[in-house]
Design a protein around this ligand. Structure first.
Ligand code: ATP
Ligand code: MG
Length: 393
């Protein structure tokens, strides 16, 4: 039996005349994510996109798993393709959904007839298909309000499609329709979640990671690669720049008061990341900061870091509790990687009593104590090494 994947786009419906641009981006993203699995043909019609596998041996289970992570889709169904003949439709429905219908207690049939020339209207299609199911599967009853299975029949221009319960899509907007932003990525829990959340709003990602060898290990960098690999399954390809931060951190340790280590370090991160972001054509920075979580994430401290950014800073987890962030981290399968114990540059030279209410004036005064700040920043920027992170290698 020939099968295809039916995709319902969500917020795209709001986009009026831009709709086609959004759909094209969505299809491009799906093609990209399905690479390696075989050829698919995509057809747009009404609020549905169909993905038709072009050969028999394509792994549709894997294709559905991948498409479930593509932003811009709200519902996904694997569907049987059938000729537009009512007998063939009832027969295909009973056969294609036999495994589910055999064990379910209740069902209903939903019919959509976009081809108005088809001789049966929607209620008549429901009657025919429902009747056939009731006579073939003895233990099942109709429940129109709360059915275990909804059998959907869609009669469209070329074929009829039959599917069972629809799977949930990833929602959001197609990645690439919302510009590009640069995420400051640590190996922690919060920043991968922040990256995922902005990507969900259509933003393409560049990432910057600060490493301070020998204080931080290669395993910490490996962790960042793996975390971004998980995010890339949703966002598509990510350009990751790893920056050597050692000399700047040592200068902060040597010349600044301990209580201002973290805020000063964050200011340096913003300056370096802003420069890389501008080469990459990014229009914003993204961080995983959550208000009040630690001393460097109070309103006052954030005010001190923001003034070094030069671009808007998006902090999608700013109002979330840790447990809410963890929930998303688990959902995107990042959590187990994030909790591996390797040192991050934030945990070297941690002050015992960080200042929680620094002012920007004071932060600037402290920063001025670093000799050759510009040269150190320049060196850090030029140490940036690019690695392309793909969704599926
Ligand atoms: P995370 O779980 O994302 O590490 P956190 O709660 O541990 O966040 P901090 O360590 O204070 O918070 O870092 C705050 C933010 O600064 C991070 O979310 C991230 O955006 C950025 N950041 C921290 N360390 C690094 C790093 N080594 N490289 C790049 N960005 C970093
Ligand atoms: Mg951290």
């Amino acid at each position: 039996m020939k099968e295809i994947i039916l995709l319902k786009d969500g917020e795209l419906a709001l986009k009026g005349l831009n709709r086609s641009t959004f759909e094209d981006m969505l299809i491009k993203n799906m093609r990209d994510r399905l690479k390696g699995l075989g050829e698919f043909k995509f057809v747009k019609s009404q609020s549905t996109i169909t993905a038709e596998p072009q050969s028999e041996d394509i792994d549709l289970d894997e294709a559905v798993l991948r498409i479930q992570k593509v932003f811009g889709i709200v519902g996904i169904s694997r569907a049987a393709v059938c000729e537009k003949d009512i007998h063939k439709i009832t027969h295909t429905a009973c056969e294609y959904l036999a495994d589910e219908l055999m064990f379910a207690k209740t069902f209903k049939v939903k019919a959509k007839r976009s081809d108005k020339k088809f001789p049966f209207d929607s209620p008549a299609i429901c009657d025919e298909v429902g009747g056939a199911i009731l006579s073939k599967f003895r233990n099942i009853k109709v429940d129109v309000h709360n059915p275990e299975i909804t059998v959907t029949v869609e009669v469209r221009d070329r074929f009829a499609y039959i599917h069972g319960t629809q799977l949930k899509g990833a929602g959001g907007m197609p990645t690439g329709t919302g510009g590009r932003a640069c995420v400051l990525i640590s190996g922690g829990i919060d920043s991968p979640v922040a990256a995922y959340m902005m990507s969900k709003r259509g933003v393409k990602l560049t990432a910057v990671h600060f490493a301070s060898p020998p204080y931080t290990s290669e395993l910490a960098e490996q962790k960042v690669h793996e975390l971004l690999g998980k995010v890339a399954q949703y966002s598509g390809r990510i350009n990751l720049f790893t920056v050597r931060f050692t000399e700047l951190q040592e200068a902060i340790r040597d010349f600044c008061p301990e209580e201002m280590f973290t805020v000063t370090m964050r200011r340096m991160m913003m300056k370096v990341a802003s420069r890389i972001a501008s080469w990459q054509g990014c229009d914003a920075l993204i961080t995983g900061e959550s208000l009040g979580q630690v001393a460097s994430q109070t309103i006052n401290a954030l005010k001190c870091t923001d003034e070094c950014a030069g671009l808007p800073v998006f902090r999608p987890v700013i109002g979330m509790d840790k447990s809410e962030i963890v929930e998303i981290s688990r959902k995107i399968d990042a959590f187990d990687i994030s909790i591996r114990p390797y040192e991050d540059c934030c945990t070297v030279f941690t002050p015992r009593h960080p200042r929680t209410r620094p002012t920007p004036e004071y932060a600037r005064e402290i920063e001025a104590l670093i000799p050759d700040e510009d040269k150190l920043l320049e060196e850090a920027v030029s140490s940036a090494k690019l690695k392309i992170i793909e969704a599926y290698e």
